[in-house]
Write a new protein. Structure first.
Length: 238
């Protein structure tokens, strides 16, 4: 059984790798044609080109997420812990949120308190925070607010990302961390998610020896809470 799983993981990793190059070429060519032919395209054709580029980007994201998970499963995603200031990372996540929310009438608040310096893999923690703010912006309708908070404790820091969106019904709440799980498949797919964001985010938190949880009251938004130990990932992951 172990061998079968191993073969399956290797297949996903190889397939992701092989798909990447033709897709990059596909997107590059579509973007080039879009630019060179812009003056001659009808508005329908221009729209079709935009759609090709958008869908290709979505497949690229999906492949990149699948290959990250395959490497995590293989134990090959080694973390590179170094001193990081979670306050700084959250400030840049708030800036990302404001960019993503541009034109959507949405307020983004940031509250940080205490000493937020820890040992962590900066790139992976940035990726985790981006997954949370990306979801918060995507699932919160215009007029909503997103609040990012970081607080310090002796042994760990806690980060929360709250939104005023539709929230998550209780029967779905734990399942949102499963791979490809979506509460409302048609709506989420339309909004462009891969369905892998939260499973990768939780795997990153756990690889650091931390946790990622969610609480929500349906209709009044969702709060994702990340805890990361100050001391960094356990020795085996670092
Ligand atoms: P996706 O790419 O579909 O967003 P994720 O793994 O990031 O995949 O999230 C899984 C599902 O959890 C989403 O499809 C959505 O149904 C739900 N979800 C995630 N974040 C939020 C949020 N802030 N508010 C409401 N629902 C959310």
């Amino acid at each position: 059984v172990r061998e079968a799983f191993q073969r399956q993981r290797a297949f996903v990793a190889d397939a992701s790798h092989e798909l990447r190059t033709p897709l990059t070429l596909l997107r590059g060519n579509a973007e080039l044609l879009q630019m060179t032919a812009a003056a001659h395209l009808s508005s329908e054709d221009a729209q079709s080109f935009r759609e090709i580029v958008r869908q290709t980007e979505q497949i690229e994201r999906l492949i990149s997420d699948m290959s990250t998970l395959a490497r995590m499963d293989e134990g090959q995603l080694l973390l590179q812990p170094a001193p990081v200031d979670i306050g700084e990372l959250l400030r840049s996540a708030a800036a990302d949120a404001r960019l993503l929310a541009a034109g959507k009438d949405m307020a983004v608040y940031l509250e940080t308190d205490g000493d937020l310096r820890i040992a962590a893999d900066e790139t992976r923690v940035r990726e985790l925070l981006l997954a949370l703010v990306d979801n918060a912006v995507r699932y919160t309708p215009p007029g909503g607010t997103i609040t990012l908070r970081a607080t310090a404790a002796d042994s760990h820091v806690e980060v929360s990302a709250s939104d005023t969106g539709p929230g998550i019904p209780p029967e779905h709440i734990e399942r949102v961390f499963e791979r490809f799980y979506r509460v409302d498949p048609s709506r989420s797919r339309e909004q462009g998610g891969s369905g892998l964001g939260l499973s990768i985010a939780r795997a990153i938190a756990e690889a650091h020896g931390g946790s990622l949880t969610v609480s929500s009251k349906e209709g009044t938004g969702a709060t994702f809470t990340l805890q990361l130990p100050r001391s960094g990932p356990p020795a085996a992951s670092g």
